[in-house]
Design a protein around this ligand. Structure first.
Ligand code: FAD
Length: 341
């Protein structure tokens, strides 16, 4: 049989319709960052097959590879053995799945410590399901939910932690919003990445992303005005403005707003983001006076001030200038959690 080269298969997937319509995959974006999930092998033959597979996938340099975790001692030992061998025998970065099912907090913490000692720094923290089906009942001394497990793992060591997310909503969640609040709890507890299982329709994932973006709040930050400049139209300076000192929190907020707008169907903004405060619009610009003003105020800086909210405006251009109206206000106060958004 002719086995296709993984690089060729990957290139074919990435240029296909499923990937090209995903966010952050426009023409300017780099290749998506990959991870692969493996199941711990049950037999020697499956183990040999897994390792042949790992060797073929290794040249694709995934960001990490993870190994799932089952209920029961023997499958759990196989997960441990597989991730430990990935650390010692390959150039890959492994992540070990870990669940709350059927174990006390002390037992789970011990497994986590063994992972840390074996050089495994990334855990995919999950609640797990009852083997054979049936309603989930937490272990009396165990971590009840994945968010509790994340907090417990962070107490054991400074693991990188990924958690599960459900674009099609977890089957036992009371509502889509409750499920999203649970995801936020996991991120607030210390997780920095959410992984979904496969889904068949990109639209489901994109709707989930919109919901998540609307739910994740930014935080208040401080801003300083700095420098001045002009905007020109038809070769004439028509606007004077004060600039804003470089500010990662503002860039991050703008990025989130831009992403949300694109997800809502708006065209991407092609102009460079130039945060500024408009000081004057000039009907009859005088070039000499403008240059003099720019020179005088080139080193302008304001006091630092707090930004604890922002408005979405609509603007209508009339012969007397633009009329602005606040359409919606967003409050950035009262958010203290860290999220991996
Ligand atoms: P949680 O985040 O704890 O959520 C479970 C349910 O409880 C949700 O409905 C949530 O809304 C609800 N909930 C959470 N907190 C509360 C609360 N305080 N009060 C009331 N309700 C609450 N399973 C395995 O056994 N081994 C694996 O290796 C494995 N890998 C997986 C990898 C991925 C990427 C995914 C998406 C799933 C994986 N699973 C695995 C399956 C997972 O264990 C199940 O989907 C499980 O039912 C939920 O796990 P969770 O971590 O999402 O749980």
């Amino acid at each position: 049989m002719n086995v296709p080269d993984p690089q060729t298969t990957l290139a074919r997937w990435l240029s296909g319709p499923r990937f090209s319509r995903l966010p952050d995959h426009g023409p300017d974006a780099g290749p998506p960052k990959l991870s692969f999930e493996f199941f711990p092998p049950r037999t020697d033959a499956l183990e040999a097959q897994l390792w042949a597979c790992i060797r073929r996938l290794e040249p694709l340099a995934p960001r990490f590879v993870s190994v799932t975790y089952g209920a029961g001692g023997s499958t759990q030992a196989r997960t441990h053995a597989t991730v430990a061998r990935i650390v010692t025998d390959t150039s890959l970065t492994p992540a070990a799945h870990l669940t709350c099912v059927g174990a006390s907090r002390g037992e789970i913490d011990d497994v986590a410590r063994q992972y840390w000692d074996a050089g495994i720094r990334h855990i995919v923290a999950l609640r797990g399901d009852v083997p054979g089906g049936g309603p989930y009942v937490p272990h009396p001394d165990g971590y009840a939910y994945a968010s509790d497990l994340v907090a417990g793992l962070k107490r054991v060591a400074d693991f990188e932690i990924s958690v599960a997310a459900y674009p099609e909503i977890h089957p036992t969640a009371s509502s889509p919003l409750a499920d999203l609040e649970n995801l936020k709890r996991k991120l607030d507890a210390g997780a920095t990445r959410a992984i979904t299982n496969y889904f068949f329709d990109n639209a489901t994932f994109l709707r989930f992303l919109d919901l998540a973006l609307a739910a994740v709040r930014g935080r208040a930050f401080a801003l300083t005005l700095a420098g001045v400049g002009t905007f020109a139209k038809g070769g004439r300076e028509t606007q004077l403005w004060a600039g804003v000192a470089r500010n990662p929190a503002l860039d991050h907020l703008q990025n989130k707003v831009e992403t949300a707008l694109q997800r809502a169907g708006l065209e991407p903004e092609r102009r460079r983001f130039t945060p500024h405060v408009t000081l004057a619009r000039l009907r009859h610009p005088d070039t000499d006076k403008i240059i003099e003003w720019l020179t005088q105020h080139a080193l302008y800086t304001s006091e630092e001030f707090a930004v604890d909210g922002f408005h979405l405006y609509s603007s209508k251009l009339t012969s007397d200038g633009s009329i602005y109206r606040i359409e919606h206000s967003y409050d950035l106060r009262g958010f203290h959690g860290e999220t991996g958004d």
